[in-house]
Design a binder for this molecule. Structure first.
Ligand SMILES: Cc1cc2nc3c(=O)[nH]c(=O)nc-3n(C[C@H](O)[C@H](O)[C@H](O)COP(=O)(O)OP(=O)(O)OC[C@H]3O[C@@H](n4cnc5c(N)ncnc54)[C@H](O)[C@@H]3O)c2cc1C
Length: 261
């Protein structure tokens, strides 16, 4: 039977853009272009490698996000994923991680899965907790922060590298894994892959399709709220020290004045 792999990918504001909050203190997604979270490219790459090593495998990429989040799905499809699921609903505006994990869990169950692969964290929220919440909601084991991962005979095996030791971990399928940015460079989509992605199926779902009540998500359903946000002050011009024999002394004085030494 085909190995069903689902990869959760997030569409995030471009970190090089001028990111701002909207009046309701949610991310102003219209103010800046978005893209597939760079850390999720590693998740897609590992799913592709697992699928290539299997006799028969199908990769579905899933995202919860606005209309433009389809761009993230297309990128993953152009890398080689087979199909995509896009959950979009106006009521999702302001959803926190608890709500996002609920919606993703329902979407993953709707798709059917043997293995869920996620990134280690998104490049905007960077909480890194969604994989654990998702595994809990799905009722499957989680093996997180892997820098190497493989699947054989119904078992997922991986290596987690820590400061003091590397652990070899495994879990029976169905299971969830998250992979780190040390798991191996993600491939660039080929021209053929980009053209093929245009014809791959993208299923669009809303909350009613997943049987989720709008009160469980959005700003109203969020367990946390942003009370206040202050823009980071503009950078000031740096101090240039011209070394005329006293450069080292001046540098030390500067570091001492800033309490670095
Ligand atoms: C429509 C929408 C509106 C939102 N509005 C708000 C808001 O108003 N206030 C607020 O605080 N937060 C908001 N969020 C952000 C959201 O709550 C968090 O981004 C989300 O809970 C995940 O947290 P994180 O980004 O820290 O993920 P992490 O835990 O860092 O992510 C780890 C991994 O989980 C997967 N993942 C994470 N998010 C998604 C996703 N959306 N789809 C698919 N896979 C995912 C990826 O594989 C990722 O690498 C919104 C999100 C959406 C989709």
């Amino acid at each position: 039977m085909s190995l069903r792999i689902v990869v959760a990918v997030k569409y995030v504001p471009d970190a090089t853009g001028d990111r701002r909050f909207a009046a309701d203190l949610t991310t102003d997604r219209d103010a800046v272009d978005g893209l597939l979270s760079e850390l999720d490219e590693y998740a897609v790459e590992q799913a592709l490698q697992i699928a290539e090593a299997a006799d028969d495998a199908e990769i579905t990429v899933v995202t919860v996000g606005p209309e433009d989040a389809k761009d993230a799905l297309r990128k993953a499809l152009s890398m080689g994923a087979h199909k995509a699921v896009h959950v979009e609903d106006d009521a999702l505006h302001g959803t926190d991680v608890i709500g996002t994990s609920l919606v993703l869990a329902k979407a993953v169950e709707h798709t059917g899965f043997d293995l869920v692969v996620t990134g280690m964290a998104s490049t905007d929220g960077t909480m890194g907790v969604l994989p654990a919440l998702l595994a809990e909601r799905l009722g499957v084991p989680q093996v997180t922060l892997l820098s190497q991962v493989s699947v054989e005979d119904g078992t997922v095996t991986g290596r987690r590298d820590g400061d003091a030791a590397s652990e070899q971990l495994q879990a029976s399928l169905p299971a969830l894994v998250s992979v780190t940015d040390q798991s191996g460079e993600a491939r660039y989509p080929s021209f053929k892959g980009i053209m093929a992605a245009k014809k791959k199926p993208v299923e669009s779902l809303d909350l009613s399709d997943l049987g989720i009540d709008a009160s469980e998500v959005g700003l109203g359903g969020a367990w946390s709220a942003v009370d206040e946000a202050t823009a980071r002050p503009a950078r000031t011009a740096g101090t240039i020290v011209k070394d005329e024999g006293e450069g080292g002394k001046q540098l030390a004085e500067f570091l001492a004045s800033q309490k670095f030494i």
